[in-house]
Structure formats: structure tokens, C-alpha cells
Design a protein around this ligand. Structure first.
Ligand code: PGA
Length: 251
């Protein structure tokens, strides 16, 4: 079985002081409960400006990985305000979240742009976490599977050789709303994603598929026990060390 990945997406929350306190809290707790890091990979994705603070806090504790929340689709140059995949790698990020629904909605990111970003991330030796998921309207119209598959196919570049890629299924209606997909619905979608990965990546069985959307200590165990659910992408509950770690414990 694949080692599960528990990823915290801090989004645009907190201050530098709070970021430092949160990572210190996570490290303190994890170093007293090593079993968690043995059983699951732990990742935190702070706001880009606080990556260096988190990196310093993790100097003596490299078991926790750092990720960014986005990168540019361009390599470098005149792109004011953007960060390149190479810069993130240079700042010791191992992962980058790409195509999150908040970026698709608020920044007009299309599948084509997301696929370009994924290609940039891979070139810079980052592991992309590619987010896909349907809206409530799409689900109500019975189009959830069709939308998720078209995002999956459109958001991945041609991958001829094996590169680690992570997929995150995040139904948009479950993000930050307190509503979660039922374990049955989530498992069904994850299984569909796994089947379709066969045509898209060289080693589909090695591709982790995370669930995201109002994951919390109360529902984590049931969701993470499902077949084809290889971890979680956690927003709100990743901002509290005890909640984040109790989800990791469930993995
Ligand atoms: P949430 O966010 O856990 O707050 O619902 C998940 C995400 O957007 O990655």
C-alpha cells in the first residue's frame, strides 16, 4: 500500500508570527509521536512569504516537507508578482499545489494553464499536486464525473517518463463549507480517477490521489480508510496543529 500523504494548505491565512508558532507546534507534537511520520508523509504549504520561516523551523526536522500553493506557467522573466517553479525548488519546496479551485475561479486558470504549470513544476523537480473537482451545480446536473475527468485529462501535460505527480480530488462544494463528500461518493470518484490515470501517467498505481474538502478529525478516519484514497489536502483544519495531527494520526 502507498504511504499516505497528509498535506496542509494554509492558503492566505495568518501572520508571520502565527506561521512560526504553527510550525513549531506541529514539530513539537510530531517529535513526540514519531509513529505518525513513519506511517504518513506530512506536508505543509504555507503562504509563499513564510516558506523561509517554515524552512528554518524545519532545519532540525526534515521529516516534514514544504510545498507552495502555486507557481508560474513561465520559466522566468517579466512576470511581475509571479514565482517560478525553480525559485520554489531553490527555497527547498518539494511540492506545489496547482490548479486549486480557488485559483481556477479567482484567477481564471484553465486546464491548459494548469498543465503548463505542472510541466514547469516537474522540470524544476517539484512534485505537483494537481487539483480537480466539480461544483455543486455540476454535481446537481449529474455531470460530476464528466467534469472531473475532463479536468484530469486537460490538467496533465504529456508524461512520457515516470515523474511523481499527486492528484487531489476536491469537490468545490465541499471546500471550506463543512460539507464533505460521503466516503462512498469519494471512493467512487477516486476509483474512476485511478482507472483513467492509466492513459495519462506512466505508473498510475504509484500516483497518490488525495481527497480534499472539509476534512477534519471527525471524518478523516472513514475517508482515509477508503480504497484509492491515498491522503488528504486539508485547508481549515491544517491551521490548528492538534486538528492537523489528529487527521495525520487517522492515516
Ligand atoms: P478545507 O479546504 O479543508 O478548508 O475545506 C481544502 C482545500 O481547499 O484544499
Amino acid at each position: 500500500m502507498m504511504k499516505k500523504l497528509i498535506a496542509g494548505n494554509w492558503k492566505m491565512n495568518g501572520s508571520r508570527t502565527q506561521a512560526r508558532a504553527l510550525i513549531a507546534d506541529i514539530v513539537n507534537n510530531l517529535s513526540q509521536e514519531e509513529a505518525i511520520v513513519e506511517k504518513a508523509d506530512i506536508l505543509v504549504c504555507p503562504p509563499a512569504l513564510y516558506i523561509s520561516d517554515v524552512r528554518h523551523a524545519l532545519r532540525g526536522y526534515p521529516k516534514i516537507k514544504i510545498g507552495a500553493q502555486d507557481c508560474s506557467s513561465e520559466e522566468n522573466g517579466a512576470h511581475t508578482g509571479d514565482l517560478s517553479a525553480q525559485m520554489l525548488e531553490d527555497s527547498e519546496c518539494a511540492y506545489v499545489i496547482l490548479g486549486h479551485s480557488e485559483r481556477r475561479q479567482n484567477h481564471g486558470e484553465t486546464n491548459v494553464i494548469v498543465a503548463q504549470k505542472v510541466a514547469r513544476a516537474l522540470k524544476a523537480d517539484l512534485i505537483p499536486i494537481v487539483c480537480i473537482g466539480e461544483t455543486q451545480e455540476e454535481r446537481d446536473a449529474g455531470r460530476a464525473q464528466e467534469i472531473v475527468l475532463s479536468q484530469l485529462q486537460g490538467s496533465l501535460p504529456d508524461l512520457e517518463s515516470f515523474h511523481e505527480v499527486v492528484i487531489a480530488y476536491e469537490p468545490v462544494w465541499a471546500i471550506g463549507t463543512g460539507k464533505t463528500a460521503s466516503p462512498q461518493d469519494a471512493q467512487e470518484m477516486h476509483t474512476l480517477i485511478r482507472e483513467n490515470l492509466k492513459d495519462l501517467v506512466p505508473k498510475p498505481e504509484k500516483t497518490r490521489i488525495l481527497y480534499g474538502g472539509s476534512m477534519k478529525p471527525e471524518n478523516a478516519k472513514e475517508i482515509l480508510a477508503c480504497k484509492n484514497i491515498d491522503g488528504g489536502l486539508i485547508g481549515g483544519a491544517s491551521l490548528k496543529a492538534d486538528q492537523f495531527l489528529s487527521i495525520a494520526r487517522a492515516a
